[in-house]
Design a protein around this ligand. Structure first.
Ligand SMILES: Cc1ncc(COP(=O)(O)O)c(C=O)c1O
Length: 421
């Protein structure tokens, strides 16, 4: 039982059959890689299985019973997700295949000849602002946009503690800035960024603001209207949902003003041989057969998270991260990359062990203890370069993790040190 009132972690673990797995050699699984991709509760798996078995048809285009049942379930999933993130309108929820696609969709809207709106015009002299702590998914689309339009890409630096350095905010976000896009929570440092000062500056200079909420939406209650930004991207597989489904939330009037991203069936109003007109949002951005069962599965994931309670999940993870931040530094030679206090940070801890390559750390933790962590640069290479290291080992916690699993990690790391003398 967790100390968070009413939160029964053992009860939650029963919903995730994989957590009872014994790995070869009889090792119990210790899954500390949810920042990469989370496990799925039986409720999500069963909803998807039931839909595929009894209700499956294509959405939007079939008049028969199965087509209509699928359409209703798919659109109901949109309603659930809109409510989950406080979207003012269900039409502001665009289903994509993942967070990367949602970020690319917005980046594509700029400097596109179809877009007549001044806010999306971009060329030499314009600036895009990101940060040094971004996942590649929130770097590369903006690099491509800068290359395509001649705009300049700029970024917030990161402090030694692993916080966003906003000292130069006034100069960095200026009259030339068209869009600011930053992580709500870092997938490496765990840092939760404070949005309001950056948003206030973006508003002052007339820039749009996007949040990559891939690591925050699964772990804390996120209300897009309260945040006040223009776009938010997140991804289903990190929030107990399936892979193959992501979400872009955008303000309705901005989505209306943006050009389509991909062309194809179901995103049109009418098609002639030489031109087309487009369906209203969100369908304008959902070309072709969408990830139907995945969207329905994400709806079930949101039901599951709501039933547990996002505030309870956040409190449980805070307890786990506080425990780990006490225990890990006692290991000689261990250096945490990111904030060392459980304040304004989530349940992701990346670290190095002096003289031992993270790949060896991950290998031994897996081989000997069945502990799944991620090693490498976690798709945030520039951030690792900033800290002068090629890679880290990352343990990331979720609602189903326990302090006993953190104890196992600590034991495993002591063993790693013994192996490497
Ligand atoms: C902060 C952040 N942004 C974006 C992504 C990309 O998510 P996806 O691979 O689902 O597109 C990830 C995934 O690790 C992430 O952690």
């Amino acid at each position: 039982m967790s100390a968070v009132s009413g939160f029964d972690v053992e009860r939650i673990r029963k919903d995730f059959p994989v957590l009872t797995r014994e790995l070869p050699g009889g090792r119990p699984l210790v899954y500390l890689d949810s920042g990469n991709s989370s496990q799925k509760p039986a409720q999500v798996v069963e909803t998807m299985r039931d839909h595929l078995t009894w209700h499956y048809g294509n959405v939007g285009r079939a008049l028969h019973v199965l087509g209509s049942e699928s359409t209703v379930a798919y659109e109901e999933a949109r309603d659930k997700i809109a409510a989950f993130v406080g979207a003012p309108s269900r039409d502001e929820i665009v289903f994509t295949k993942n967070a990367s696609e949602a970020l690319n969709l917005v980046a594509y809207a700029f400097g596109n000849p179809v877009g007549e709106d001044e806010r999306f015009r971009m060329g030499p002299g314009d600036e895009i602002v990101i940060s040094e702590m971004e996942h590649h998914s929130n770097i590369v689309p903006w690099q491509l946009l800068a290359q395509r339009t001649g705009a300049t890409l700029r970024w917030f630096p990161v402090t030694d503690e692993g916080r966003l350095d906003v000292e130069g905010l006034e100069e960095l976000v200026n009259e030339r800035t068209k869009i600011v896009s930053i992580a709500h929570q870092s997938n490496v440092l765990g840092t939760v960024n404070s949005v309001s000062p950056i948003l206030a500056r973006a508003r002052e200079v007339g820039a749009l603001m996007m949040l990559d909420a891939s690591q925050s939406v699964p772990h804390q209650a996120v209300d897009v209207a309260e945040l006040g930004v223009d776009f938010v991207a997140f991804t289903g597989h990190k929030m107990v949902g399936p892979s193959g489904i992501g979400v872009l939330w955008g303000r309705r009037e901005l989505l209306d003003a943006m050009p389509p991203f991909l062309g194809g069936g179901e995103m049109i109003e009418a098609v002639w041989m030489d031109h087309s007109t487009y369906a209203p949002v969100p369908h304008k951005f959902e070309a072709g057969t969408p990830p139907i069962v995945e969207a329905i599965g994400l709806g079930a994931a949101v039901d599951y998270l709501n039933a547990v309670g996002m505030d309870q999940i956040k409190a449980h993870e805070k307890e786990l991260v506080a425990y780990a931040l006490e225990a890990l530094p006692e290991i000689p030679g261990l250096r945490i990359i990111g904030p060392r206090t459980p304040i304004a940070r989530g349940g992701t801890i990346s670290f190095t062990l002096e003289g031992i390559h993270p790949h060896d750390v991950g290998q031994i933790l897996d081989d000997v203890y069945g502990i799944a962590v991620r090693v490498g640069h976690h798709c945030a290479r520039p951030l690792h370069l900033r800290f002068g290291i090629p890679a880290t080992t990352r343990a990331s916690f979720y609602l189903y993790n326990t302090t006993a699993e953190i104890d196992a990690l600590v034991r495993g790391l002591h063993h790693v040190q013994k192996v490497f003398g």
